[in-house]
Design a protein around this ligand. Structure first.
Ligand code: SAM
Length: 225
């Protein structure tokens, strides 16, 4: 009676039909404000909407869990695909409910970025800093990834470890200043915002931004036939 639905990266064209059907059929739809705003056109007029922010999420999820235990069909929306940078929220939903809940996969912002940037998953590692707790192990992991010659798709930590901070950290850690880097903001709605060598990345972006750091020199379109 409660499903965590991945809503895609902010454009209903990337929401699965399964996800849309669950949202349309729900008695209760919950999620962070930005997530609910994206799926609002699909929510039934009779449905109860529970929006939350970082500060009140525990209490709002408890409210949703109570409605679920009363027998209402509940959906909690997750940005992108919940399997990337979504498990801490999933854990909070399960703690509020007191049991495991169903999950529905979706299209991640990382997948859209891989497609726009034409990088292949096989040679790319996904790293997120958008989490609670110690990010140091993830910083070290990113350095290793780049030094081993893999591309990295990176979600920053709003607002404390943003693209320019990540670039500075990588340069201080001895990474190649010439890694071609891209930052995309609201990537289903806009074109690439910034491209250049890692060493030139000094500008500010919003929290809806994601980075691609390339280590491979050539892209498929540049290969000779
Ligand atoms: C908590 S993480 C969740 C990521 C999500 N599960 C996914 O698969 O895309 C939220 C962060 O993902 C990134 N993000 C999600 N959608 C995005 C979009 N459309 N454009 C750029 N970045 C996006 C932003 O960095 C945002 O702060």
């Amino acid at each position: 009676m409660i499903t965590c639905v991945s809503i895609g990266p902010g454009d209903l064209g990337y929401l699965t039909r399964h996800g849309a059907a669950l949202i349309e059929d729900a008695d209760v739809v919950a999620g962070f404000d930005a997530v609910v705003n994206f799926i609002r056109p699909l929510i039934s007029a009779d449905a109860q909407i529970v929006t939350m922010g970082y500060k009140d999420q525990t209490e709002k999820l408890k409210q949703v869990a109570d409605l679920h235990h009363e027998g209402r069909k509940c959906v909690v929306g997750f940005m992108g695909d919940l399997h990337f940078s979504g498990f801490q929220l999933l854990e909070r939903v399960e703690i509020a409910c007191g049991h495991e809940v169903k999950t529905l996969p979706g299209i991640s912002s990382a997948q859209i970025l891989a497609s726009r940037g034409k990088v292949c998953f096989d040679e790319t590692t996904f790293v997120t800093f958008h989490r609670r707790g110690d990010i140091e192990p993830f910083k070290k992991h990113l350095v290793t990834v780049l030094k081993e010659g893999r591309n990295a798709i990176v979600i920053p930590l709003p607002w404390s470890f943003m693209p320019k901070d990540i670039a500075k950290f990588l340069l201080d850690s001895g990474c190649d200043p010439n890694h071609q880097t891209e930052v995309w903001e609201n990537l289903t709605q806009a074109e690439m915002d910034w491209r250049g060598p890692l060493s030139s990345l000094t500008q500010d972006f919003t929290d809806m931004s994601i980075m691609l750091i390339r280590t491979r020199k050539e892209m498929p379109s540049q290969l000779e036939k």
